[in-house]
Design a protein around this ligand. Structure first.
Ligand SMILES: Cc1cc2nc3c(=O)[nH]c(=O)nc-3n(C[C@H](O)[C@H](O)[C@H](O)COP(=O)(O)OP(=O)(O)OC[C@H]3O[C@@H](n4cnc5c(N)ncnc54)[C@H](O)[C@@H]3O)c2cc1C
Length: 442
């Protein structure tokens, strides 16, 4: 027998809005429509929201996975007009106004697509096969395990040459993710490797950051790029610019200048592309791998379908003729804007076009080393670092997440250590049966 709550939800006399994806954009829509005259169904293939900007801290053992994730059911539980299904949407049948998922089919009156983006290897199959990615919690945990397994393997090796292969970490892409990851790895070398892996020379660990652009943080101001480069150099990160990774095999990468670097770990942070849903191909901009939308985020040629966040390409916002950057702030603002528009629509009022309010960009390289571009001002150091922490903490979804992150950061600040260095789920590198070498001891 269906529960009272289910009966109440099913019988709500409102139009059904299906939201596909509970990331930054989708979750804003769900929260904004809670208690409003719409029946909302959130569909996500995961059971939790993931705060991607702090994934690199999970990968480098500063934060636990549960500090940056929040179960959807905790969010929607108190919302009587919202339901959640952990389901992957596999096709949109626009003519019948329904979506097909692994759980079955759901009908909608309005559809919101906010499926975000996935890693873009720009067609390089070898990299797609070998490189590690940082787009989800499980990928962050893979990097964490790989990193720690490499340390454990290297400490017991006799030959320095072999040790180097385990301790060469190559990060491709010097955008915020690559820069933040490199800085965090350099701090691990300085604070953890040096003190807790005493039998091994910590300086054998190399962190190499590669980018095809001529400066790090290409989308930031020149001053911020220069500051970031200086911080990275101070921490001992080797930055290689104007270079591309052309090939990647088991144990090495080849660069565009022909040089080959021995490594066990390549982390790809060099680009993303939209994560489309089959059935809406007519509105896909293939070059950008994003759906073309009008000023109110409605999918071109598909009335009643709205697309938000990383997967949306809007050219009508005058300040952003090539589309908005694929960042959380755009996704959040678009989600909030759509809620306002849907509420106006329910009252028979016209929709208003979206305009992105750019509040600036920030990246953190290490303790008291961060850069911030806010309006026309660019600054670095402790002030930028504190601002970065404040902005990230207040954006976390739940109070519990905020407390956990603050406690972990406070502890790390006092102890100088990345505390969550646990190999709980060992990482088995593709193409290898075992991930650590076996050495016979006499
Ligand atoms: C490592 C990293 C660091 C970042 N740092 C920053 C930063 O510092 N500042 C910043 O502003 N931005 C940052 N970003 C970018 C930011 O996270 C994205 O722009 C933002 O997440 C986009 O929000 P979204 O709602 O479009 O998609 P997402 O937040 O990616 O959410 C998409 C959701 O859709 C779900 N989904 C996908 N396909 C399906 C399907 N077929 N069926 C059901 N569910 C599906 C996914 O499970 C996911 O929950 C970072 C991103 C990464 C990966």
């Amino acid at each position: 027998m269906p529960s009272k709550a289910k009966l109440e939800y099913d019988q709500l006399p409102y139009p059904t809005v299906i939201v596909v994806g509970g990331g930054f954009a989708g979750l804003e829509v769900v929260r904004g429509l809670a208690g409003k005259p719409y029946k909302v169904l959130l569909l996500d293939k995961q059971n939790h929201h993931c705060f991607q900007p702090l994934l690199y801290q999970v990968a480098t053992a500063s934060l636990g996975a549960d500090s940056i994730a929040h179960p959807f059911r905790r969010t929607v539980g108190p919302m009587h007009n919202v339901a959640f299904r952990m389901a992957e949407v596999r096709r949109v049948i626009h003519s019948e106004k329904r979506v097909e998922t692994n759980l079955g089919s759901y009908s909608y009156d309005l559809l919101v697509i906010a499926t975000g983006s996935t890693t873009n290897f720009f067609g390089n199959e070898a990299l797609a096969q070998e490189a590690m990615q940082l787009k989800s919690i499980s990928q962050a945990l893979d990097i964490r395990s790989d990193l720690l397994q490499d340390f454990e393997a290297a400490v017991d090796l006799r030959s320095e040459e072999e040790q180097r292969r385990y301790l060469n970490f190559i990060i491709v892409g010097a955008g915020p993710t690559g820069v933040e990851l490199s800085g965090a790895l350099a701090e691990i070398r300085r604070n953890v490797l040096q003190h807790e892996y005493r039998e091994m020379d910590a300086h054998l660990m190399r962190i190499v950051l590669i980018d095809s652009n001529d400066r790090v943080l290409k989308n930031f101001s020149e001053k911020a790029s220069a500051n970031a480069l200086r911080y990275l150099s101070e921490l001992g990160v080797e930055v290689k610019l104007d270079l591309r990774v052309t090939d990647c095999g088991l144990g090495s990468v080849t660069l565009s200048d022909g040089s080959v670097m021995e490594t066990n770990t390549v982390i790809w942070a060099a680009g993303v592309k939209g994560q489309p849903v089959p059935g809406l191909e007519g509105a896909m901009n293939e070059r950008a791998s994003r759906y073309e939308v009008d000023g109110s985020n409605e999918l071109k040629g598909f009335p009643g379908i709205y697309v938000l966040g990383d997967i949306a390409l809007m050219n009508s916002d005058e300040a952003w003729p090539k589309g908005h950057p694929q960042v959380a702030t755009v996704a959040i603002q678009q989600g909030r804007h759509l809620v306002r528009n849907l509420l106006s629509r329910a009252e028979g009022k016209p929709m208003v076009p979206f305009k992105f309010v750019d509040k600036g960009s920030m990246a953190v390289i290490g303790r008291r080393r961060a850069v911030a571009d806010i309006g026309k001002r660019s600054f670095g150091g402790t002030l930028a670092w504190l601002l970065w922490m404040f902005v990230h903490v207040i954006q976390l979804v739940s109070f519990r997440n905020r407390i956990m992150v603050l406690v972990n950061w406070g502890w790390k600040y006092l102890s100088w250590k990345n505390t969550i260095r646990l190999i709980i789920r060992p990482y088995v590198r593709k193409g290898t049966a075992v991930s650590t070498p076996f050495v016979a001891h006499e």
